[in-house]
Design a protein around this ligand. Structure first.
Ligand code: PNS
Length: 168
C-alpha cells in the first residue's frame, strides 16, 4: 500500500491544489491531504474546520483521499501514518529552490522522498495568498478556486469589513 502526503496550509484550497491532489490520487493507493495546524507565514484567513470543510466538499469524489491535520514536523506525521512519499506541485522555477531544500531536509531527517508534479499551466500563477489578496479587494477569483470557496471568500471579507461597506 503506497501512501503519499500532499501537505499545505490550504488557506483556502485552490483549483491548483485540487489538480495536484487529483493527479496524486491516480498514482498512489492512499493519499493524505496534510493540513498544517500552525502555518508560520501569516495568521490564517480560515479556521482549520473551515479549511477542512472546503477540502472535504471538493475531494468527496476521491475514495482514496483523506484529510488530516498536523503540527510540528511533516516527517513525524509521515512516520505516524506510514507514508513513504510527499508530493508537491511545482509552479515555476521560483518554487524550485525552496522546494528542493525542503525535500532534501526531509530526506535527510527521515529518508522520506518528495515527488514533484508540474502544475497544470492554467494554474501556474495561482497561490492561496494571491487569491486572498484579490478577493480581499473584491476581485474576481472564479476559475481560480471552486465556486463554494469563492462564496466563502466573499462572505469572509464582508464579515471583516463589518457586515458590508457603507459609503462615508
Ligand atoms: O501551503 P504551504 O504553506 O506552502 O505549505 C508549507 C508546508 C506546510 C508544506 C511546510 O511549511 C511544512 O512542511 N511545514 C511543516 C514543518 C516542517 O516539517 N518543516 C521542515 C520542512 S523542511
Amino acid at each position: 500500500m503506497a501512501t503519499a502526503l500532499c501537505p499545505g496550509s490550504f488557506d483556502p484550497v485552490t483549483n491548483g491544489h485540487l489538480d495536484i491532489i487529483e493527479r496524486t490520487a491516480r498514482h498512489f493507493d492512499d493519499v493524505i491531504v496534510a493540513v498544517i495546524r500552525n502555518p508560520q507565514k501569516t495568521a490564517s484567513l480560515f479556521t482549520l474546520e473551515e479549511r477542512q470543510a472546503m477540502l472535504t466538499d471538493e475531494l468527496a469524489h476521491l475514495t482514496n483521499v483523506r484529510i488530516e491535520f498536523f503540527k510540528g514536523l511533516l516527517v513525524e506525521f509521515a512516520k505516524e501514518h506510514d507514508a513513504e512519499s510527499i508530493v508537491k506541485g511545482l509552479r515555476a522555477v521560483s518554487d524550485f529552490d525552496y522546494e528542493l531544500q525542503m525535500a532534501q531536509m526531509n530526506q535527510q531527517l527521515s529518508g522520506i522522498d518528495t515527488f514533484f508534479i508540474s502544475t497544470s499551466p492554467q494554474y501556474s500563477f495561482l497561490s492561496s495568498s494571491l487569491v486572498r489578496e484579490v478577493a480581499r479587494f473584491g476581485g474576481d477569483v472564479s476559475g481560480m478556486v471552486p465556486d463554494k470557496v469563492a462564496v466563502r471568500l466573499r462572505e469572509r471579507f464582508v464579515e471583516q469589513i463589518g457586515g458590508g461597506a457603507k459609503d462615508e
